[in-house]
Write a protein that binds this ligand. Sequence first.
Ligand code: CA
Length: 228
Amino acid sequence: MLLVEDERSISEPFSHALEREGFLPIVVETAADARDALAEHEPDIVLLDLMLPDADGRDLARELRAASDVPLIMLTARATHTDRIVGLELGADDYVVKPFVVAEVIARIRAVLRRGRGRATRPASLSCADVTVDLAAHRAWRGEQELSLTRKEFDLLARLLRDPGHVVTREDLMSDVWDENWFGSTKTLDVHLAALRRKLDDDPASPHYIQTVRGVGYRFVLSEDRRS
Ligand code: CA
């Protein structure tokens, strides 16, 4: 994995989070170093900032695409529709608008790697049972019904859906959804989770989708384990 990002306030916490998730990011800050690293390491995926000190990231993306079909995710502070389209037209597999939620970017990295090589223009999504989240569009559905979620509720759901059937610890949820500079009360997590459950479940008194694992964390329940 190659991370091309000149802002250390972004690349340092982000690369540490990637390492915790089992990735081995090589971090470079310029287009020149990115070219050297690409030649030397043959990364399995490239995360590319759009605004670099020595080049426009779009030019580097074009170069990269001319030479290889390595999966590419653009990191951009620009959020206009045109920029997103341009990013995808350059052959990026996905794009992330800064400031980003680390858990969401990691979910997109996994989705892009799962899709494998080859250009896909569909936005990354996660689903389990009848619940689906579209990470690029920030929308979620249960069956045909779209859920009206706050940003934190959405991030929590996306994080749990990344590991369906597995317990996600409270610490992981806090650090992934609230970032690692979180020093507040974990009560906040419970409040947002309760709100998410109310929107997700028909009967919040006996939660079907999200199970509390006492003293550990929460788990998105696979349909075969769900109480009916
Ligand atoms: Ca930059």
